[in-house]
Design a protein around this ligand. Structure first.
Ligand SMILES: Cc1cc2nc3c(=O)[nH]c(=O)nc-3n(C[C@H](O)[C@H](O)[C@H](O)COP(=O)(O)O)c2cc1C
Length: 219
């Protein structure tokens, strides 16, 4: 019987990428591609796959949302006691990957992570809808729990708990200490644009003595 996956193959033809064309600042180039993904209405344009390893050196990956991008790096928010949080505590090196199939583009980034300041985490946490804040407050992310009902009951306990004012729900949910942001400080970027007949463009930025060097890799 024929393998049904062998024939799944797409021709890429949306564009090309050259060393001359990219912005000499890779963070600016990333910003441009994210904006273009937003303009093209790609689903979840800021979603990125974050890969980490802990002491066992076995990589694990999951999707998180990019929430900040500036000259310092790329920021996302999560639970510091989650699996990824514990892994980052023992090994701060991480990789992130953006993939926009509609634009036939991916960006690979490698770097070192650090926690953002408590103030930065507070500002983002306070900007989230109250339901998201409640979920962050009651969910022991990555830990085994007895049931979905258990989570729902924790929300109930929170909303009748001591000092909780139902009328002031929005004001009352403060950021848990174990929830906050990480910044990935990039050391390596690859911008990939799908090309015709598998002749893809791969433009690399690597840190050399504090400057970005740009090279092209074979597809
Ligand atoms: C589209 C999408 C966006 C997500 N965004 C986040 C996020 O910003 N932060 C987060 O902690 N988890 C996010 N998640 C859930 C993670 O993929 C993951 O399930 C969770 O963080 C636990 O991962 P861990 O056990 O490896 O720490 C998202 C999942 C999807 C599919």
């Amino acid at each position: 019987m024929q393998n049904p996956f062998h024939s799944i193959r797409q021709q890429y033809s949306r564009g090309t990428l050259s060393e001359e064309q990219v912005n000499t600042d890779p963070l600016k180039q990333l910003e441009l591609w994210i904006k273009e993904a937003m303009e093209a209405e790609c689903p979840e344009p800021t979603a990125m796959i974050l890969s980490t390893t802990g002491t066992d050196l076995r990589p694990s990956s999951r999707v998180v949302l990019m929430k900040g991008l500036d000259e310092q790096g790329i920021t996302f928010f999560t639970n510091y006691d989650s699996r990824k949080g514990l892994q980052l505590a023992s090994n701060p090196y991480a990789s992130i990957l953006f993939f926009w199939p509609d634009l036939e583009r991916q960006v690979r980034i490698e770097g070192v992570t650090e926690r953002v300041s408590k103030m930065e985490s507070d500002i983002y946490f306070d900007s989230r809808p109250v339901e998201s804040r409640i979920s962050a407050a009651i969910s022991p992310q990555s830990q085994e729990i007895p049931s979905r009902q258990w989570l729902v009951e924790r929300i109930g306990e929170l909303s009748i708990g001591p000092g909780f004012n139902r009328g002031l729900q929005e004001l009352s949910i403060k950021r848990p200490e174990n929830w906050g942001g990480y910044r990935v400080i990039p050391e390596y970027f690859e911008f990939w644009q799908g090309g015709e007949d598998r002749l893809h463009d791969r433009v690399i930025f690597a840190q050399v003595c504090g400057n970005w060097s740009i090279v092209r890799l074979a597809p």
